[in-house]
Design a protein around this ligand. Sequence first.
Ligand SMILES: [Zn+2]
Length: 73
Amino acid sequence: MKEVKIEKCPFCGGTELLETRLASYRGVYITPVENGGLRRTLLFATICRDCGSVVRIYCKEVEKLYPKKERRD
Ligand SMILES: [Zn+2]
């Protein structure tokens, strides 16, 4: 996976960005629209400390949702 580096909040310009995890009991998962089943992975969010905006929502294991071997070229 490519690494994303966010320098500042696009909403207020704040530079203190924090990594959080979406939570509802044990966490919030993302799953493919079709054939979801057991394919799921936790969602994380980068938030701005200054304005509270959620700058990015992402997962760390895309491979779990869409294995590379199934990738279309
Ligand atoms: Zn902000």
